[in-house]
Write a new protein. Structure first.
Lengths: 255, 120
């Protein structure tokens, strides 16, 4: 029995190489995925690879607690211009450069492609899609790149990536992008909240935080190839800041 | 006793693996035949409304489906503790995000082995 326990406990320390699927396995996998889609549809869930749908919120079947919080947030936006809440996210972003330096030290000997730690250079992050990043004509200080989503060797790497950077007059930002093809993501967006601020693409915007926490300006936009998010943190709230972040998102998307 | 061992190994695997996924943004994964069979969504200390649906297939036949339901959490996990010790499983993970403005199948994952994320 001791051998059994030992062998089980050693599992995490073993190196498991992902074996490529045979043609027969690929056919069987695709067949099971069709069955999975049927079951997800029966559960009323939006299906992977089903595109972008703009629908009335009432048709989205959201859990009641999400609706209740959303209504409270709408009231807060009417009163303040933003969702008033205590959040650590603004200071986390503002201090991200120091955090990144610690993480670089901690993982300096880790060259594993599927590790989730920050990379100094995008070339050190294996992605399953082409990532253009922040256009070179935009004056920024890049802090680093981290993976998001899933790591899939067959697709060539990670399904998403996030670029952290400082931008003068705006603050510390994170630009996240997820490949639709690699992640198989899709979206149902609430018609009531969708704008087309970012180059006529479906866009969601929000600002949250408070005077003590600082603020995060968040913009998400959606196209058939990629889903994007831009978060910028600043200690202050202003309509001008919000407009600057929208302009930045438009510039990034134009790349 | 076999199941106790499987559960223990699964718990150890989980603890061993729990510290390095999704350090600075959300990551998702599935693993099969790895002590546990599991599909997990994770961003350390950053909660969102996540749901994970995980399909497990054994010897090329559907075994069962796990649905976590929605909860506001930074680690949503559909785990069948100890199931993976039997081997020959395949696992599919469907990772869902719900917010007031959007319903998103965030990412999908598949595993037929214990391809542990490096650094876990």
């Amino acid at each position: 029995m001791n051998k059994s326990i030992l062998s089980l406990l050693l599992i995490p320390s073993l190196s498991f190489a992902l074996q490529p699927l045979s043609e027969e396995q690929k056919v069987l996998k695709a067949s099971q995925e069709k069955e999975n889609m049927k079951m997800l549809a029966e559960m009323g869930l939006p299906l992977p690879d089903s595109g972008i749908k703009i629908v009335p919120r009432a048709m989205m079947g959201l859990p009641q607690e999400i609706i209740d919080k959303g209504i409270r947030d709408e009231q807060s936006i009417k009163e303040n211009g933003y969702i008033s809440e205590d959040t650590v996210r603004p200071m986390e972003l503002i201090n991200f450069k120091a955090h990144a330096l610690d993480e670089y030290k901690q993982y300096k000997n880790n060259n594993k492609v599927s590790s989730t730690h920050i990379r100094n250079n995008i070339k050190d992050l294996k992605l399953g899609f082409e990532f253009k990043g922040i256009p070179s004509h935009i004056d920024i200080e890049t802090i680093g790149f981290v993976p998001q989503g899933s790591f899939d060797e067959e697709s060539g790497g990670w399904s998403g990536v996030v670029q952290f950077f400082n931008k003068k007059d705006i603050g510390t930002c994170a630009y996240a992008i997820r490949s639709v093809k690699v992640s198989h993501t899709a979206a149902e967006l609430a018609m009531e909240d969708v704008t087309y601020d970012i180059n006529n693409k479906a866009t969601l915007k929000k600002v949250h935080g408070n005077k003590d926490s600082g603020f995060v300006y968040k913009i998400e936009w959606f196209d058939t190839d990629n889903f994007h998010a831009l978060e910028c943190a600043n200690k202050n709230y202003s309509v001008e800041n919000a407009a600057q972040v929208i302009t930045l998102a438009q510039q990034i998307d134009s790349n | 006793m076999k199941y106790v061992l499987g559960f223990t190994a699964g718990a150890v695997l989980c603890l061993a693996s729990a510290s390095h996924a999704g350090l600075d943004w959300t990551t998702v994964h599935s693993r099969a035949n790895c002590g546990n069979n599991e599909s997990i969504t994770w961003w350390y200390l950053h909660p969102y409304n996540w749901k994970v649906v995980s399909f497990h297939q054994f010897k090329k036949q559907p075994a069962h489906m796990m649905d976590t339901g929605f909860s506001y959490t930074w680690r949503q996990h559909a785990i069948h503790w100890g199931e993976g010790v039997h081997g020959d499983f395949q696992v599919w993970g469907y990772h869902y995000l719900y917010e007031y403005s959007q319903k998103v199948p965030f990412d999908t994952t598949y595993a037929n082995d214990c391809s542990i994320y490096d650094g876990w």
